[in-house]
Design a protein around this ligand. Structure first.
Ligand code: CA
Length: 227
């Protein structure tokens, strides 16, 4: 299991790092919130241990951004404060569990085992909406109701990833162009339309009920059936 540890207190980080390595976890450690978030976005981790008070960006904000990005890696939040408010904020922001410092080693390990099981149930690197599942590791799209699967090109993948991360919102052509082709790119907006049609073909290929709906004059959104 690969674990991301974001903790700025040196002694705590060192102790946790050694303990987790002894328990056969592969551990990457960051002390800064922004660096930790960047690492988390890679989507390669099975569990993320996140301190709340961090330089750069606080743990609650990091958890929120991770969830907005569509990454569902289980998050265990650590905090020095035992206040209920912190706990509520932490869980609201997308953390799965919560541990108050100081904690017992065996308590931490028990929580990690529980989260690890959850991570296997909902494998890291998948995004889902309606009846479709996107696998980040294999760049494939599959339909959960019939098990059909297809490989996506990089752009098709990024279009679906962006739409799923922003479900229930209409994304404009401009947002899509910037997101998929980048700010400096002079990609024409009709590139968006061309790739939308490729992506729709892939959805049709796996016979998904989920569709990319064009909202005239505005942009696109994902819809599943009549939802
Ligand atoms: Ca801290």
């Amino acid at each position: 299991m690969r674990l991301l540890l974001v903790e700025d207190e040196k002694r705590m980080a060192q102790a946790l790092y050694e303990l987790l390595r002894l328990e056969k976890y592969q551990v990457d450690h960051f002390a800064d919130g922004v660096d930790g978030l960047e690492a988390a976005k890679s989507g390669v981790y099975d569990i993320i241990i996140l301190d709340v008070m961090l330089p750069g960006m606080d743990g609650c904000k990091i958890a929120r951004v991770i969830r907005q990005t569509g990454i569902r890696t289980p998050i265990l939040m650590l905090t020095a404060k035992a206040q209920l408010d912190d706990k509520v904020t932490g869980l609201d922001s997308g953390a799965d569990d919560y541990l108050t410092k100081p904690f017992m080693t065996r308590e931490l390990l028990a929580r990690l085992r529980a989260l690890g099981r959850r991570s296997i149930d909902a494998p890291d690197g998948t995004l889902s909406y309606g009846d479709i599942v996107l696998n980040t590791n294999t760049c494939t799209l599959s339909c959960v109701t019939n098990g059909q699967r297809v490989r996506l090109s990089e752009k098709e993948y990024r279009i679906l990833e962006y739409l799923i991360a922003n479900q229930r919102q209409i994304l404009t052509r401009e947002q899509l162009a910037v997101r998929i082709w980048g700010l400096e790119s002079d990609a024409e907006y009709n590139n968006v339309e061309v790739y939308m049609s490729f992506t729709r073909r892939k959805l049709a290929f796996v016979e998904a009920r989920t569709e990319i709906k064009a909202v005239r004059g505005v942009g696109y959104e994902l819809r599943c059936g009549n939802v």
